[in-house]
Design a protein around this ligand. Structure first.
Ligand code: FAD
Length: 516
């Protein structure tokens, strides 16, 4: 049964809702007097108990499709006013691309943020261009609209079918983060509905404690309903380059060199290729070897290889100068010469690259499978120890998906945000992006991959590498405290007690429990 303001006001009988077996009558009648512009759903809400991770499934009691910020505010305020008499919690759901149920609310209320269309995208040109967007807006839509104005955000994630509120609650890290910071470093202003239902606007100067808390705050302090994102003139074309290394030390030196060089590439990432032959042939479809003859002679012989992936943005009229510039930057690198592969694509194609894989995987039925991902931030001083153990002993035979690895430089990152990082200035993001075959008991099965993830985590802990999880997931508050560290935990829990004193918001993160 779908309800909106008119249903409540007129068409429904006063006491007897059209209850389905699933609907929770108590919740139903408690929400009834709310005057919502959007709709509340009590049936057919299974999708809100699913996410990209495909491992945790908690059914909510209801799903709100809000039309206005006021809808969100009213419902949060209502549940806040019920105090500890109600166990109801609220999860904002962006695009549901969490990995372990973070956007779910067991028997609670899920707010479908993509329905919030009150805020039309509004582009502001001028010296410091920006766009005002809804917290439920997808980054791909911002890119497509922005390109019409010749503008685009500066910092991205590898995949753009994620919402603004979802990535800003984590950080938003990709190959541009060394240069422009994370997505959370590129936000001028936020509008947030906090855990009391109040609507608060915040910036680095106005309500800064809330602003920094919400950025990377895992949805704990408020629901982002609007964000002002900083923009730059959008380039039209991208030179996209990949090259291989067999020596991990040389690979890291080159990556670190690139992220600390001014006027270098615009994007720096990399990945590990474990025990795969014929990899170069796979690339030929979209990348051309600079020297086809030499490239055909390169054989990986099943060795672990490290692929550097870089990109330079440009406009067509700069083509000649950009090629010279790239050639001179490449001279500073020590990759295996015959493995230099190049491609040229539009800016949109480059940024939306993972969507192409998504479409292929969907066709093969391999997208909606369990994704036991593990994302780690490894201090630069420990990356070699980490690599010797992990790529030398734990992940030697195969990987069940891409393993990304690239360094980032914290100097452009705002330190007051809630995101937890290692202590060193430079650290590596290492992302094990595994897909599991649900029914398998072999090396591609969920159990095996989780066991491997645990071995990696245990090694990091026992060797005291100072590693932090990105997109963290823990089940006890003790683990969360250890994740944050004493000082940052104090700040985080203080902010929780101010902005969401009843612990209503984002229960799927399993950090705080609502008192009843
Ligand atoms: P959801 O999963 O819906 O929500 C995530 C959390 O944020 C939940 O706790 C939810 O309650 C909360 N939340 C959602 N909306 C709001 C809001 N408006 N206000 C407050 N809280 C809210 N991350 C990177 O940093 N870099 C990458 O390159 C990257 N690539 C990815 C590629 C793929 C294929 C996938 C599936 C994920 C990737 N991620 C990456 C991770 C991604 O950033 C997070 O999973 C993010 O949370 C997904 O956004 P979402 O809109 O689906 O959020």
């Amino acid at each position: 049964c779908n309800l909106n303001k008119n249903d409540f006001c007129s068409s429904l009988p006063a006491e007897t809702p059209t209850a389905s077996p699933n609907s929770n009558l108590a919740i139903f009648s408690s929400l009834k007097p709310l005057n919502l512009d959007g709709q509340l759903f009590f049936d057919n809400i299974d999708h809100a108990s699913k996410d990209f991770g495909n491992r945790y499934h908690f059914l909510p009691a209801a799903v709100l499709h809000p039309k206005t910020v006021q809808d969100i505010s009213s419902i949060v305020k209502h549940i806040y006013d019920m105090g500890t008499t109600s166990a109801l919690t609220i999860a904002a759901r962006g695009h549901g691309h969490s990995l372990e149920g973070q956007s779910q609310a067991h028997n609670g209320l899920v707010i479908n943020m993509e329905s919030l269309q009150e805020q039309e995208m509004h582009f502001h040109t001028g010296e410091l261009p920006y766009v005002d967007v809804s917290g439920g807006e997808l980054w791909i839509n911002i890119l497509q609209e922005g390109l019409k104005h010749g503008l685009a955000p500066k910092s991205w994630t590898d995949y753009l079918h994620l919402t603004v509120g979802g990535t800003l609650s984590n950080a938003g890290i990709s190959g541009q983060a060394f240069k422009h910071g994370r997505q959370i470093d590129n936000v001028y202003q936020l509008e947030v509905v906090i855990g009391t239902g109040d609507i608060v606007t915040c910036t680095g100067k106005q309500n800064p404690d809330l602003y920094y808390g919400v950025l990377g705050g895992l949805g704990q302090f408020g629901i982002i309903t609007r964000a002002r994102i900083s923009l730059e003139p959008a380039p039209r074309r991208v030179k996209w380059i990949r090259m291989l290394y067999t020596d991990f030390g040389v690979f890291c030196r080159d990556q670190e060199h690139l992220i600390s060089t001014q006027n270098s590439f615009d994007y720096v990432e990399g990945f590990v290729i474990i025990n795969r032959t014929g990899i170069l042939n796979n690339w030929r479809s979209s990348f051309n070897p600079r020297d086809p003859l030499e490239a055909s002679e390169f054989h990986s012989e099943g060795k672990t290889l490290y692929c550097l992936e870089i990109a330079k943005y440009f406009n067509p009229e700069e083509n000649d100068t950009i090629e010279q510039k790239i050639d001179s930057l490449l001279l500073e690198l020590n990759y295996i010469q015959s493995t230099l592969f190049l491609s040229e694509v539009s800016y949109l194609e480059f940024l939306d690259r993972v969507h192409v894989s998504e479409k292929k995987l969907r066709q093969m039925g391999l997208w909606e499978v369990p994704h036991p991902w593990l994302n780690l931030l490894i201090p630069k001083s420990k990356i070699h120890v980490f690599s010797q153990e992990v790529f030398g002993k734990i992940l030697v035979d195969t990987s069940n998906g891409p393993v990304l690895i690239y360094p980032v430089n914290k100097s452009r990152w705002i330190k007051e945000t809630s995101m937890v990082t290692p202590d060193e200035e430079i650290f590596y993001l290492v992302a094990f992006l595994s897909s599991a075959v649900a029914s398998s008991t072999g090396t591609d099965g969920l159990e095996h991959i989780l066991m491997q993830n645990n071995r990696i985590l245990e090694f990091c802990n026992s060797s005291r590498l100072g590693v932090k999880q990105y997109l963290p997931s823990y089940s006890t508050q003790g683990e969360w405290k250890a994740h944050f560290g004493t000082l940052e935990w104090e700040t985080f829990s203080r902010r929780k007690s101010i902005y969401d004193p009843l612990s209503i918001l984002a229960p799927g993160q399993r950090i705080f429990q609502k008192a009843v």
